[in-house]
Write a protein that binds this ligand. Sequence first.
Ligand code: URA
Length: 297
Amino acid sequence: MATKATPQDRQAALAALAWLVESGADEAIEAEPLDRLARSAKPETARLPETAPRQDERPRRQNAPPPRAGAEPPPVWQATSRELRTHEANLAAAEQAARSAGTLEALEAAIRNFDGCDLKLTAKNTVVARGEPQAKIMLIGEAPGRDEDLQGQPFVGAAGQLLDTMLRAAGFDPARDVYITNMLFWRPPGNRTPQQQELQLCLPFTERHIELVAPRYLLFLGGTSAKALLAETRGITRLRGQWLAYQHAGLPAPLPAMPLFHPAYLLRQPAQKRLAWRDLLAFRTTVEANLDPLHKG
Ligand code: URA
């Protein structure tokens, strides 16, 4: 017979979880990698590991309340073949709409007209981008939050203010020197963690977005964009500050990309600003010198 957790057990478990989160141990609680290529035929009832993280493996948002110690894990989510077919059809529609957009304006219209992502049903606004579309630097975050949803612009809340302050301090004008977007164009209800199938549905638009903006450098704000666009399994604590290559068939050459801690994480963990600042300065040094960090010259 299972023994019941005492209040002390619960407190100890909560403290251990809080410690893990504070030490940035996102990898320990990370979901399966996003497999962007796994779109082949599926059996009648299939788990959706490529499109939906299992409920018991979902990475917990760092400010979310910890799970109750001793609670039963939720059942593994199973996609029915119908859900799977709907998802595949929505994905095909997203790919087709993104591919057909020949300009940024057309892409924005295609995103606004896309009805395949259910987040649109609960969001107040579609949030696409802000900044200078001709900029050499493109920043990609995770998803709009409450303020962004209300104002229809990315990174305009507290995290956005911190981002702008950091950019200015590093010598960049947020209105002229950068172009900012997110992986998702609609706010997940209550700012919950984006689900893999939502990320998959928006990915074709972001890939096309990068092609059309054609920046020289990418900055990924947080692990969600870094992992989705680099098809990475490592967490942000491992990826931050490194020059990596973003490759996509539509690009003439791989783009140098650096992941940074997400500004919202920095608001919760101000001690990590030191590392983020160091990364941003390293980024600036390369951009200023106009070096290609992938080719060291
Ligand atoms: N966090 C993000 O990732 N994007 C926003 O636009 C706001 C907060």
